[in-house]
Ligand binder design. Structure first.
Ligand SMILES: Cc1ncc(COP(=O)(O)O)c(C=O)c1O
Length: 386
């Protein structure tokens, strides 16, 4: 493993998670796994599939019934029209979807523009593809808005695609409909693809609204859209996601899928059909809980006098810890070792955000309150020079 990979991004996070596992009383305010159980009717569908021996290989693109359920979902939620037979591929979670999308669109020497900060494995995926990640900075004063003017200025002859995530991980910004239109216009003018990561599309707060570029006029033919059941149905370990996009590119994605992991687990796919076609109340219940917890976390940070970019969507808050004078990796390490509370260092998401911590709302309210209290004690210790 290279020194770079050992210390940064994904590997830094895995190191902290490893240490956290050693503490019985740890409060995990960093990790992205929802704390809710997978809804019972979804688990029942998986059991049913196992008992009836629906355990053969799946077609590489996924079971037709699941692809149909996905096509129906993206029409209903995102207003994207796709043909289930040729424009949907089921993946092993959002992670594989991301990797396949990157491999299908860029190669050595190509550039992809990505607003910073962003999800840790974007850099890893682009690295493996031999492509360059061109970063466009966003600012806390603007709640981490991806400014289309800066994106436009970053386009070169080598640019092949824009990689957009809205709602964003880690900084929870949402791309407005107007900005999304402008970003798509840039893609049309410069003949670029858009890779759109919409894994948090069901979690948007206040008056903010989710926009799918593939739903806008001129968007569908140049957009690959990623989504997954991981966050919305509390199914992170089931490893189920999807990509939708134009048929020619999806044929390429299907080839890559067949050559790497083949079709996703059929047991999980039967569960996925139940998730997408069954009752949606559990999703609404979880979304309502995240709304309450977000308020609770923001109120506690306000009370501590900490600054943050307003979380417009997603399941995170990206909080400013510049006042400590320490690197976020050190602050996260001290919070974990001294107070057994795990938050993720901003440096794992962007080299320019060493003064931020990412916290998630994925704990019951009593644990969140306790975690925030411990965080306050850790911060007081740091400020007192202890
Ligand atoms: C923005 C974003 N994209 C993709 C993924 C990967 O999703 P999955 O857990 O389904 O592999 C995550 C996971 O946290 C994420 O935050």
């Amino acid at each position: 493993m290279s020194k770079k990979r050992e210390d940064q991004g994904t590997n830094l996070l895995y190191k902290l998670i490893g240490e956290a596992r050693g503490y019985d009383d740890v409060i995990v305010m960093g990790r992205g796994d929802p704390d809710f159980d997978t809804p019972a009717h979804i688990v029942a569908a998986a059991k049913e599939a196992m008992i009836h021996h629906h355990a053969d290989y799946s077609p590489p693109a996924g079971l037709p019934a699941l692809r149909e359920a996905i096509a129906e979902r993206v029409k209903r939620v995102n207003n994207i029209d796709v043909d289930p037979a040729s424009e949907v591929v089921v993946t092993n979670g959002g992670q594989e979807a991301l990797f396949l999308m990157v491999l299908a669109t860029v190669g050595a020497g190509d550039e992809m523009i990505v607003p910073e900060p962003n999800y840790t494995t974007y850099a890893d995926s682009l690295d493996f593809a031999g492509a360059t990640k061109v970063e466009v900075q966003t600012w806390p004063q603007e709640d981490f808005r991806a400014d289309p003017a800066l994106v436009r200025a970053a386009v070169t002859e080598r640019t092949r695609a824009l990689l957009l995530v809205s709602p964003n991980n880690p900084c929870a910004s949402v791309i407005s409909p107007g900005d999304m239109r402008e970003l798509l216009d840039i893609a049309i003018e410069r003949d670029l693809m858009i890779l759109s990561d919409e894994i948090y599309d069901l979690f948007v707060y206040d008056d903010f609204a989710h926009t799918s570029p593939a739903a806008l006029p001129g968007g569908k033919e140049r957009t690959l859209t990623l989504n997954a059941l991981s966050k919305s149905y509390s199914m992170t370990g089931w490893r189920l996601g999807w990509i939708t996009g134009p048929a020619d590119l999806m044929a390429r994605v299907t080839e890559l899928k067949a050559a790497t992991t083949g079709g996703a687990s059929v047991i999980s796919q039967y569960a996925g059909i139940a998730a997408l076609t069954g009752p949606q109340e559990p999703v609404e219940m979880m979304a309502a809980a995240y709304r309450r917890r977000r308020r609770l976390v923001l109120d506690a940070l306000d009370e501590m006098g900490m600054k943050y970019g307003l979380p417009q969507g997603g399941q995170f808050v990206f909080a400013d810890i510049a006042f400590t004078g320490l690197d976020s990796a050190e602050v996260a390490q001290r919070m974990l070792t001294e107070q057994h509370v795990l938050a993720y260092p901003g440096s794992a998401f962007s080299k320019d955000r060493k003064d931020y911590l990412r916290m998630t709302f994925l704990q019951p309210e009593d644990k969140l309150i306790e975690g925030l209290e411990r965080m306050k004690v850790a911060m007081q210790g740091i400020m007192a020079g202890r």
